[in-house]
Design a protein around this ligand. Structure first.
Ligand code: HEM
Length: 579
């Protein structure tokens, strides 16, 4: 027994002795061995760390070499310096620069924005369509801008994986439920807008940009928050805050490291926090009223009655707000338990994106209508004819107003929400049918303005306002999406009293991209088109819209966007038709 237990200790001690040069004190020996072991482990850790860093860097270098090798096959202007073209291109002249590059090098062009940053621009509509179907991720900066301002969001993030589920829920909510109602936007929202117009008109005229912003805000607010929105005392402050944040959002998101040291940043964060508090306030108000109405209906235990009242505004937005609805949204329930913070982020994101883009579209329609009075008059005839046929006076059936819808589409075409659509594929190369391979890690952009105003896509009048390009006589549909000019010919065909002309689906033309396309296309497209058309049907039924008389004298012909920008801050007047 003794020898079997004592042997190993004896052996270790012997080893220590021989290893430590004959150390007599065994405690000292242990300490030396432990120190030795610690030193070895530390060395091993350092080696491991070194190997990991080397592997990481080697991986980066291999990726970079692959990027350079693959980018070599894509045509583009030679690099002027180590920094590539980034110094030459400012935000203002990027579209011009891309336009010149496409003219010289073809429909797919590469630009180096630095030694590691490759930008690929595509101008051919069919290659664009394919790319937008295959590339699912957006640039990390897109998600960062929303995250910085509104916190986590499962709708406005760069990775497709993160937004996929929520996109589908929102899409079906907007397209199936809201579009299925009698009027896409509620009459309370239209009344609220008209009241504001009348108040401003008492002072003489209306600022076109301000009124567009207010209209967009009212439509979005009513859609997301329901009737609570009209009685909410803080709506004006909310609108102001949203616009203040919009001015700076991209600037602060452009920092790679959050600029904690800048005072301006903290001011910006303060605005964002205020907006968040207000969003929570309206959500809680909606929830409270929802619970109240839910109790009343539950007492009656009449599901049919509930479904009917559920179709009124506000309750209809429950799924958007994330409130489970027992009868209507059974299938959505599993997705509705979002964290409070994320729900807030989604709502603020929708208000932000929806208000800015919809305001831009409304502003553009107003400007086009005041500068193309003949089209405004024809739309008015279209509205009155439809109203005569309609059983219900309040209902605006915009599906029977093709010229109005075509005007909305044409205004969207001529002034897209941003100059570029962007995508990136971080992990995989994008292999396109045309034989082009866009290497992983490259930023892919579509210069929307160029594509949407290109003669080869839209005919010789591509940069002119011509809603008739989206209309044709029944049976002559193919004319519209071909590369020909329609001005004049289609215009003669269109007579508002003649119901035999039809609106073509603008998305059939691959060059129609104001709402993007493919995997990350805008979820709100159908809703916005129908909602804005419904609003204009009500407005034009009540008012004639004109430029302010003094402005009319120095009115310039509308040729391109710069003229639009000139007019967009202008004063317009709404003249009541029955006066
Ligand atoms: C005139 C109004 C609008 C315009 C011009 C517009 C335009 C766009 C564009 C260009 C994109 C990017 C598409 C792409 O990269 O392919 C987008 C994305 C999006 N839009 Fe809109 N939008 C409008 C209104 C709305 C509204 C009212 C909502 C919802 C209430 C909405 C929800 C979204 C969402 C959720 C995305 C993000 C999709 C994603 O990243 O996966 N949009 N929109």
């Amino acid at each position: 027994m003794n020898s079997s237990h004592g042997a190993p200790n004896g052996l270790l001690t012997a080893l220590f002795r021989s290893g430590s040069g004959g150390c007599s004190d065994s405690r000292e020996c242990y300490r030396i061995v432990l120190r030795d072991l610690a030193a070895r482990e530390f060395n091993a850790f350092l080696w491991f760390f070194l190997i990991a860093i080397t592997a990481f860097l080697a991986n980066k270098v291999v990726k970079l070499l692959r990027l350079w090798a693959k980018a070599d096959c894509i045509p583009g202007p030679p690099c002027p310096s180590f920094h590539g073209h980034s110094k030459l291109i400012s935000k203002e002249n990027l579209t011009d620069f891309l336009s010149n590059s496409h003219e010289k090098y073809g429909s797919v062009v590469k630009l180096w924005l630095g030694p590691t940053q490759l930008l690929v621009s595509i101008k051919d509509p069919y290659i664009i369509r394919e790319m937008l179907l295959k590339a699912a991720d957006k640039l990390p900066m897109t998600g960062r801008a929303f995250h910085l301002a509104f916190g986590p969001s499962s709708l406005f993030a760069s990775s497709f994986h993160k937004v996929q589920k929520r996109r589908e829920i929102l899409r079906s909510e907007l397209n199936e439920r809201l579009l299925g109602r009698e009027n896409v936007i509620c009459s309370a929202a239209v009344d609220c807008i008209m009241e504001r117009i009348d108040r401003s008109m008492a002072k003489g005229s209306v600022d076109c940009r301000m009124v567009s912003q207010h209209m967009a805000f009212t439509i979005l607010g009513a859609t997301l928050f329901g009737n609570e929105f009209f009685t909410w005392s803080k709506a004006n402050v909310y609108e102001e805050l949203l616009m203040m944040i919009a001015k700076d959002a991209c600037f602060w998101a452009s920092y790679n490291v959050i600029p904690f040291w800048k005072r301006g940043f903290w001011k910006y964060q303060c605005l964002c926090t205020k907006l968040k508090c207000l969003t929570q306030d309206i959500i809680h108000q909606c929830k409270r009223n929802y619970k109240l109405s839910h109790c009343v209906h539950y007492k009656h235990s009449d599901e049919t009655a509930y479904v009917e009242t559920g179709a009124t505004y506000g309750v209809a937005s429950c799924a958007i707000l994330g409130m489970p609805d027992k009868f209507i949204f059974q299938e959505l329930k599993s997705h509705l338990h979002l964290r409070e913070e994320e729900r807030c982020g989604n709502i603020m994101g929708m208000m932000f994106h929806g208000c800015l883009t919809t305001a831009g579209l409304i502003n553009n329609i107003l400007v086009r209508l005041v500068t193309h009075r003949e089209i405004q008059n024809k739309i008015y005839s279209e509205i009155t004819v439809t109203q005569k046929d309609s059983m219900k006076q309040v209902e605006q059936n915009v599906d029977k107003m093709p010229l109005l819808l075509a005007t909305v589409y044409e205004s969207a075409r001529l002034l897209p929400a941003g100059p570029l659509l962007q995508r990136c594929s971080l992990d995989h190369d994008l292999n396109l049918k045309s034989g082009i391979t866009i290497p992983a890690g490259a930023v892919v952009v579509v210069p929307v303005q160029l594509v949407q105003m290109d003669d080869s896509n839209w005919g010789s009048d591509a940069s002119e306002f011509n809603p008739y390009r989206f209309l044709s006589k029944s049976g002559m549909k193919s004319h519209i999406t071909l590369n020909t000019s329609f001005s004049g010919a289609a215009e003669e065909l269109v007579d508002p009293v003649d119901s035999s002309f039809v609106l073509n689906d603008p998305n059939e033309n691959a060059a129609f991209l104001p709402f993007g396309s493919g995997m990350r296309a805008c979820v709100g497209q159908k809703f916005v088109i129908q909602g804005v058309a419904t609003l204009f049907a009500s407005l034009l039924e009540q008012y004639e819209i004109k430029l302010r008389p003094e402005a009319q004298n120095n009115q310039k012909p509308m040729k391109n966007n710069s003229v639009f920008q000139l007019l967009s801050g202008s004063e317009i007047v709404f003249v009541r038709r029955n006066c």
